[in-house]
Design a binder for this molecule. Structure first.
Ligand SMILES: NC(=O)c1ccc[n+]([C@@H]2O[C@H](COP(=O)([O-])OP(=O)(O)OC[C@H]3O[C@@H](n4cnc5c(N)ncnc54)[C@H](O)[C@@H]3O)[C@@H](O)[C@H]2O)c1
Length: 338
C-alpha cells in the first residue's frame, strides 16, 4: 500500500487529491496549518470529511516550523511527498508579500529537507501558471523561458522551481513541479473569481470584473487536475545516468537532474464574460457587473500547452467550463443552503 504525505490537505486542491488517493487505497498523511487567509470553517469541513477515512491522519502545523515538518515526515515514512500547501492568491501578494516568502520559500525548503532526509521515491510540488508572467507567446509551454514574473507570488513559486532543481541534482531526488492553471470546482477557494461571482450573483450584489472583462483564463476543472496528479505520482523523472532513446518532444526533463516541470491546464482559454454568463445560466440570475481596470500584477490571458501532460499520462483536462461551473454552483447552493 502506497503512502503519500500531502501538504495543504485542508485546502481546495489538497483535499480533492487526498480523497482521490484514499479512494485508491493509499495511506495519506495530511499536513496543514489552517491559515486564516480565507474562511477556516471551509478548511475544517474538508478535513472532517477526510478524517472519516481510516487511511487518513492529520498534522496541524506550519510549514515554517522545520521541526514539525520533519517530525511529521519521519513519523509517517512516505513513499511520495506532494507539496501543495502555500500562501496562494495573486492579488493578496501585493498586500502581504512576506507571507509568501515565509510560506512558499522557507516552507517549501523545509519540505524539501524532509524529502531529502527520507529519500522519498518522488517529490511533487505545486508551482503556478503565474510564473509565465509577462510572456506573450501562447500557449504557454514548459520549455519557454519564464523569467519575468509580475508578482511576489509568482516569484516565490519560480524560486521553488529553482530550489527544487538544485536538490534534485545534488541529492538525486526525483522531483516533478506542476504549473497549475486557474483551478475551479466544488469546495473551491473563496478568494477566487468563480466563488466571488457566484456569491455576488446569488446575493444580488455587484461583482468586480477586471480589465472590463477582456481577460482570458485557462480554467481547469478540479477532477481533471486531480486525475493528472494521480497519474503523475507513478511517472517518476529518470535518473540522469543511462537515459536512452529519443524521449518525448517538449519534455522538460533536466539534463542535470531527475527533475521535470509539467503544465496542468485545460488548453482552452475562456473569455471572462463568457464565464460570467455561464454562472448566470447556472444560477438563473443576472449579474450586476462592475467593470474595472486591470489590476497591478494581473495578466490578461493564460493558456496552457498541455501536450507534455498528455504525452506522459495519456490524458489531459477536458471538462467544458459550462459543465464545471454548473457543478460548482450546485455545490455552493447545497453547502450554503441558498
Ligand atoms: N487553485 C488554483 O487555481 C491554483 C493555481 C496555481 C497554483 N496553485 C497552487 O496549488 C496549491 C494548492 O492551492 P489551493 O488552491 O488548494 O489553495 P488553498 O489556499 O485552498 O490551500 C492551501 C492550503 O495550505 C495551507 N497553508 C498555507 N500556508 C501554510 C503554512 N505556512 N503552513 C501550513 N499550511 C499552510 C492552507 O491552510 C490551505 O489549507 C498552492 O501551492 C497554490 O499556490 C493553485
Amino acid at each position: 500500500m502506497k503512502r503519500a504525505l500531502i501538504t495543504g490537505t485542508a485546502g481546495f486542491i489538497g483535499f480533492h487529491l487526498a480523497r482521490a488517493l484514499l479512494d485508491q487505497g493509499w495511506q495519506v498523511q495530511g499536513f496543514d496549518g489552517f491559515t486564516d487567509y480565507y474562511d477556516v470553517r471551509l478548511k475544517e469541513r474538508r478535513h472532517q470529511m477526510l478524517l472519516q477515512s481510516p487511511g487518513f491522519a492529520e498534522t496541524r502545523a506550519r510549514l515554517e516550523d522545520a521541526e514539525a515538518v520533519m517530525a511529521c515526515a519521519r513519523g509517517f515514512g512516505p513513499d511520495v511527498i506532494i507539496h501543495l500547501a502555500a500562501q496562494a492568491g495573486v492579488r493578496y501578494s501585493l498586500e502581504d508579500p512576506r507571507a509568501y516568502v515565509d510560506a512558499n520559500v522557507t516552507g517549501t525548503f523545509n519540505v524539501m529537507e524532509a524529502a531529502r532526509e527520507l529519500g522519498v521515491e518522488h517529490l511533487m510540488m505545486a508551482s503556478t501558471s503565474s510564473v509565465y508572467g509577462a510572456n506573450t507567446e501562447m500557449p504557454y509551454a514548459e520549455t519557454h523561458k519564464a523569467d519575468h514574473p509580475l508578482t511576489i507570488y509568482a516569484a516565490t513559486k519560480k524560486a521553488t522551481e529553482a530550489m527544487a532543481h538544485a536538490y534534485a541534482h545534488l541529492h538525486r531526488l526525483p522531483t516533478t513541479m506542476f504549473r497549475f492553471f486557474t483551478v475551479y470546482g466544488p469546495w473551491g477557494r473563496p478568494d477566487m473569481a468563480l466563488f466571488k461571482f457566484t456569491r455576488g450573483i446569488l446575493e444580488g450584489t455587484p461583482i468586480d470584473i477586471y480589465n472590463h472583462g477582456h481577460m482570458h483564463r485557462d480554467f481547469t476543472y478540479i477532477d481533471d487536475l486531480v486525475a493528472g496528479l494521480v497519474a503523475l505520482t507513478g511517472i517518476v523523472p529518470d535518473q540522469v545516468e543511462g537515459r536512452e532513446g529519443p524521449g518525448i518532444e517538449g519534455d522538460t526533463l533536466s539534463p542535470a537532474a531527475p527533475y521535470r516541470i509539467v503544465n496542468i491546464g485545460n488548453s482552452e482559454p475562456v473569455r471572462l464574460l463568457d464565464f460570467v454568463e455561464a454562472i448566470e445560466e447556472a444560477t438563473g440570475r443576472k449579474a450586476v457587473r462592475n467593470l474595472m481596470e486591470i489590476q497591478p500584477g494581473d495578466v490578461p490571458k493564460t493558456w496552457a500547452d498541455a501536450g507534455l501532460l498528455e504525452a506522459l499520462t495519456g490524458a489531459r483536462p477536458r471538462t467544458d467550463f459550462r459543465t464545471g461551473v454548473g457543478r460548482f454552483v450546485a455545490w455552493y447552493r447545497d453547502y450554503y443552503g441558498v
